[in-house]
Design a protein around this ligand. Structure first.
Ligand SMILES: Cc1cc2nc3c(=O)[nH]c(=O)nc-3n(C[C@H](O)[C@H](O)[C@H](O)COP(=O)(O)OP(=O)(O)OC[C@H]3O[C@@H](n4cnc5c(N)ncnc54)[C@H](O)[C@@H]3O)c2cc1C
Length: 569
């Protein structure tokens, strides 16, 4: 793609207004402040400074000449941005050790200031004003890569099929640029697709352009591994704290732990954000009067955690914890072992499903209402099931695009379970119809959902309609299976903490458990997974921070062999 085209696309994407923040020019004073942290190098045109796929790339400030930033697409290598004098290279992957999405080379003979990762981290900690500008630019650059599909992979599949949607959702929620081609349409006639000799019966396929590599229907883990999205964990390393779950509670714990000097790893099975990441707009989180999408909040929190030095390992499903040994041992799905002196359980909750078996998950049945699902519903009749706030938000959000939203609730109305402001908006909308005492009883279709049958208990009527999209917002159960036999759970499977443990005979210490401490000293809980929690983003974030203050207190009692001193704190 020509450079001019790339810039005009930037303008199209309405990013031009933030061009100065995306590609800032450092002042002479700022460059002088940066110089002691790196080394000045004179380089000739064409010298490659970093390549797509590198881990731990260096950071560069242009002193003379320029740096061309390039990516790989269907037609090979293309340059899409040029950094001139006193501009700098990099995006959010310089804050972690995930593989870079783009390459950089000298566009002319020139001079650069180079910082290796250790020098860059020292510079970022020591110069907060410049660091703020760099982090802001990195976030905007990643947004640009995603929206302009630069440095992207291509997913060839079918737009409404379960496996294609799974891959798309995983990459989008992890902020990875992706271009999508629907093989069932004329999009498949592009010359580069013909050259790939695709095996149609194995679709979907992910194409990594740099190596012309095809990966057919990869699992999320396989894909993350091939794309270098998984951060490197040193075997045998003992962390101060391992946080399980990357929702608001876990991200908050990681940010506070890292910013307070703890050696922290966050282990997340899917993508940062948890349930909040699937919310199209959170309107009641303090400081965001016009609302913020859960995904944006999570992306920002992830960058913040990385900036302070937290490790974020994903996709990483913790299947088991051994808590009869210290340090605690967490085991993931492929038997990798993570050792930590303390653990913060922030594994939240999982959406409830329909009470009967079906094969329509991601092929007509959805558990989130984000921009991605919204785009599938344009001018379609859809169903939202549930009477809570998340169902209300989804119905209102989706009604903007959908032809009509049928809202099904089991109870007599919404008043007992939904905030007043949402009820008012639902009542006022001509595009939403509420059906009380109504439940889905059957689903029907081939590969994709085609028909829905619902039953109204009040009238006794059963109705079947040709509806292809159903959003289930019917609550959640705690993700505590991996904690079995380690900590005390309540009758619904949520983790008991603090004062709830007064009668617990297994509590081993003389001191009482701290407020967010479980029945196992050194294991703490934050967010929705805690028994009696509030189920809000703000409370999850607050508890994440509080759990880390408990971790500090607990670590102060540890002897060198990690055994807790049996003393009152
Ligand atoms: C659609 C929707 C809209 C919402 N809107 C609002 C709103 O407007 N305002 C508001 O305040 N709240 C809202 N909420 C509620 C809010 O999102 C939750 O209270 C909050 O996300 C809880 O955060 P958490 O970190 O405790 O858990 P979660 O968000 O559930 O995150 C838990 C994380 O742990 C991971 N995990 C689970 N088990 C494991 C394991 N074994 N190994 C590794 N990782 C694991 C999961 O993948 C997940 O990412 C909404 C929820 C939904 C679903």
């Amino acid at each position: 793609m020509a450079l001019d085209d790339a810039f005009s696309k930037l303008l199209d994407a309405d990013l031009y207004a933030r061009q100065a923040q995306t590609f800032p020019v450092l002042t002479d004073e700022q460059v002088a402040l940066a110089k002691p942290y790196g080394t000045v190098e004179s380089l000739s045109k064409g010298t490659v400074l970093f390549e797509r796929g590198d881990r731990n790339g260096d950071f560069f400030i242009v002193l003379e000449g320029n740096i061309e930033i390039f990516a790989y697409g269907p037609d090979g290598l293309y340059v899409f941005v040029v950094h001139d004098k006193h501009q700098f290279s990099g995006d959010v992957n310089l804050l972690n050790d995930r593989r870079l999405l783009v390459g950089g080379r000298m566009g002319e003979d020139g001079q650069v200031l180079r910082m290796n990762p250790a020098q860059f981290h020292r510079f970022m900690s020591a110069e907060p004003e410049i660091s703020e500008m760099i982090v802001q630019a990195f976030i905007l650059r990643r947004m640009g890569l995603v929206s302009l599909k630069q440095g992207s992979i291509t997913l060839i599949g079918c737009r409404q099929c379960a496996q294609s949607l799974r891959i798309e959702r995983f990459l989008r929620r992890n902020g990875y640029p992706i271009d999508i081609i629907d093989y069932a349409t004329s999009e498949r006639d592009q010359p580069f697709i013909k050259e790939l000799h695709i095996e149609e019966d194995k679709l979907p396929v992910v194409v990594i352009h740099q190596k012309r590599q095809l990966i057919y229907n990869p699992s999320n883990h396989e894909l993350a591994e091939s794309l270098g999205m998984i951060e490197v964990l040193e075997p045998g390393h003992v962390y101060d704290v391992a946080v399980v779950g990357g929702g608001p509670a876990g991200l908050s714990a990681a940010v506070y732990a890292a910013s307070e000097g703890l050696d922290v790893v966050l282990l997340e099975y899917d993508a940062p954000g948890g349930q909040a990441g699937s919310s199209s707009r959170i309107e009641n989180y303090l400081g965001f009067p016009t609302g913020i999408s859960g995904q944006e909040l999570a992306d920002r929190a992830q960058v913040q955690a990385h900036k302070f030095g937290a490790k974020i390992a994903l996709p990483f499903l913790i299947e088991k914890i051994n808590c009869d040994r210290t340090p605690f041992e967490l085991i993931n799905e492929d038997e990798t072992q993570i050792l930590a002196k303390t653990v913060v359980v922030a594994s939240g909750a999982r959406y409830r499903k329909l009470p009967f078996e079906h094969h329509f998950d991601n092929a007509g049945i959805y558990y989130a209402a984000t921009a991605m699902e919204n785009s599938l519903c344009k001018n379609e009749e859809i169903i939202v099931v549930g009477g809570g706030n998340s169902a209300g938000q989804a119905a209102i959000y989706l009604s903007a695009q959908a032809y009509h939203v049928h809202m099904l609730v089991r109870g007599d109305g919404l008043a007992a379970s939904m905030s007043e402001y949402l009820i008012d908006r639902i009542n006022a909308s001509p595009k939403i119809t509420l059906y009380t005492q109504t439940e889905i009883t059957a689903l029907d279709g081939g590969y994709h959902l085609e028909n829905i049958t619902w039953h109204n208990r009040k009238t006794g009527e059963t109705e079947t309609r040709p509806i292809r999209h159903v959003f289930l917002m019917i609550g959640a159960s705690p993700n505590t299976g991996w904690l079995k036999d380690c900590v005390d759970l309540d009758e619904r499977g949520f983790v008991r903490t603090g004062a709830q443990l007064v009668d617990n005979t297994e509590w081993q210490l003389e001191r009482p458990p701290m407020m967010l401490e479980t029945s196992m000293p050194g294991i703490f809980v934050a967010g929705d997974v805690r028994s009696g929690s509030i189920k809000r983003v703000a409370s999850a974030v607050g508890e994440g921070a509080m759990a880390i203050s408990h971790v500090h207190q607990y670590l102060a009692t540890l002897q060198p062999n990690h055994d807790p001193v049996l003393a009152v704190l």
